[in-house]
Design a protein around this ligand. Sequence first.
Ligand code: MN
Length: 711
Amino acid sequence: MIRQYELVERVKAYDPSTDEDAVNRAYVFAMRAHGSQIRASGDPYFSHPLEVAGILTDMRLDHGTIITALLHDTVEDTKATVRDIENLFGKEVGQLVDGVTKLNRIDLQSDSAKQAENFRKLVIAMSEDIRVLLIKLADRLHNMRTLGYIKEEEKRRRIAVETMDIYAPLAERIGIQEFKDELEHLAFKELNPDAFDTVLTRLEFLIAQGGNIISEIETELSDTCAAAGLQVSITGRKKTPYSVWQKMQRKSVNVEQLSDIVAFRLVVPTVMDCYKALGIIHSAYPVIPGRFKDFISTPKPNGYQSLHTGIIGPKRQRVEIQMRTLEMHDVAELGVAAHWNYKQGGTATREGRQYRWMRELLEILEQASNPEEFLEHTKLEMYQDQVFSFTPKGDLIALPRGATLVDFAYAVHSEVGDGCVAARINGKSRPLTTQLQNGDQVSIDISETAKPSPLWEQFVVTGKAKAAIRKFVRNERYEQFCDLGKAILQKQLRRTGARYSQKLLLQAATVLNFETIEDVLAATGEGVISSSDVLHAILPDGNYISPSTNDNVVPITRKRKNDTIPLKGLIAGMAFHYARCCHPLPGERIVGIVTTGKGVTVHTIDCETLEGFHSMPERWLDVSWDVDAEHSHHIGRLGIVLENEPGSLGSVTSTIGKNLGNIINFKIISRSVDFFEMQIDVEVNHVKHLKNIIAALRATPVISSVERARG
Ligand code: MN
C-alpha cells in the first residue's frame, strides 16, 4: 500500500505547487470513511482508492483528479455525501466525485434495448468533466488487476466482458493506449484463459529461442541510426497476447507463422527526425510492403501521431517500428489525459478546456474508425449512428442520426414539440426540417396556440416525435369525424321524421357495441359504419324509410373558423382533400364524398369515380367553392403533344409563365422522331385561369394539341 507521504511526494514531483494539505486531508477522509471495510483480496478497502490515485499520478494528473480518486468510492460505499465532500474539498471535487458515482450506477451490461440510453448517460457524465472518465478507467484498471480475488466466476466474467466491450474501447477512443492494452490483456486472461496461456507460452518460447532478441535488435537499430548521424531513444517490447490473438483470428494464422511478435519505438527530437529515421531504416533493411503508415501528416481521430513501418530487420526478424517525437509520445500514452496533466495545464481557462474536450470527445465518437487501425468493437460502433446536440443551457440531447429540429423539440419535452414554431441552430434560424449535426446548439421557439402539423410525421425519425404527432392528428381527426357524423345523422333522421337526440344515439351505441355516442358519430363520419346502420339500430323497422337518391340533400351551412378553407359545406376543421382522379378547380361544380379514414374527398361533378358511390347516398356531401378560393392554388393537369424541334419545349414553358401559371410537375409520356407527348401540372387559381393557359398554348405554333388531362 502506498504511504500517505509517498503519494504526496509523487504529486509534488511533477507539480511542486500542489495543494499538499488537500491531498493529505482527502487521504485521511477516505481512510476514515472506509474504516474497516475489506476488499475481496483481504486488503483494507482503502487500498483501492489509494492505488487508483497512484495510477493517476503516473499520468501526472492535477491534484483535483488525485483527490477525487482518493474519494471516489466514499459516496457510493460509505455514509459520506456529495455535500460533505463539497464542504471539505470544494465544488469542483464535489462534482467530480458525483460524476464518478453516477457513472458507477450505470449498468452497462443490461439488455441491449437499454444500451443506447445507458451510453447516453455515460456520455453525459463524461461531458461534464472528462476527468470523470479518467478516474473511472483507473478505477476499472485496478479492479481488473485484482479481479482474481473475486470468488464468483459469473461476477468475474461480467466485469471482464464489460471491460472488453466498453472500457477498453473507450480508453482507446480517448487515446490512452496503456490503459487500453492492460485492460484488454487482463480481460482476455479472464475470458479466454486457454487461448491466453497458449499464446503467452508460445510467444515466450519464440522470443527465448532467438536468445535476447529484443535487446540485440535494439542495439543494432540504434547503431544503424547513429552511423547515419541520428541519435534515437529506442525501446523494444513483445506484443501482448491479446494483440497476437487478434491478429491470429484476423489472418487465420498460427503463432509460428505469425512472425512480427516484437515491436520497437524510436523517439527522436523533431518531426523531421521522424522522417529521417524512416529513411535510414528503409535504406538499411527490406521493407514489408503495405505496412508503412504516416499518422504524422494524418493523425488518428484521437490525436495519435507516429510513423509506422514494418521491416525484415536484424536477425531476419519481421519487426514493427514506430517513430515519433517526445510530444507525440506523450499524446500516444496519455491521450486526452495529456491535456489535464501538470505540464500542459494551466494555460487555457477551465471552461475553455472543458468545452474543447466535449467537442473533441464527440468528434472522436463520431469518427468512423478505420478497421485496420481500430478494433471492431461493435458496441461503440453502434453509437456512431447518433448525433449529439445541446440545449441553450448546455444539456446534452442524444438523438439518432438524421434527427431533425422537431425530433429535438420532442426530446426536450412533448409540450415543446407540440408547440414548436421556429428554431435556431448556433443562433441562426433554420427550417424545422433541418437535420442536426454533432455539437449543434439548438434553441426552439414555442407558441401556446401552435399545433403539430401532420406533415411533420414525414420527416421526424424518433419514435417519441412520431407517436406524439400521430396522437395529436388522431384526436384532431376524431373531432372532425364526430362533427361530420353528427351532420350526416341529423340529415338522415330528419328524412325519417325523427329528431336527433342523445337518447336515440345512446341506443345506437348500445346496439352497435360502441362505448360512447362520440364513437358512433366518429365511425359514421369516417365511413366505418353507414348512416343506415345507425338508423336500423335506433328505429323500429316499420318507421324506417330507406333514403333514396340525393335529390333533396340539405346543404350544410358552413361554420368556418378558419378562413383558409376554400370550400362551403364542410364542418370547421374537417379533414378534406382534392381527388387526384379529376383535380377539381374553383369554378367547376364539385361534390364531396366521405371516405373511410380520409375525411372528405372533393371530386368534380362529372368525375367517373363517382359512379361507384351512386348506391351510397349517405356518403355524398354537397360542397361548393368559396369566393376565397380565387386566391388559393390548385393543380390543373395538362396533356400536351408537341413537335420535336429546337426550342419547342421552351415555348411551352414561356407561354405558361406569361399566363402566370406555375409549373410544379412535368412528365414525358412518350416520344417519337416527330412528337413528344407530355403531362404538365400547373398551379392555377381558377378553372378560367387554366382555360386561358390552354387557349394560349393552342395558339402556339409548335404545339399540336392541348387537353385538360384527368388521372
Ligand atoms: Mn472504485
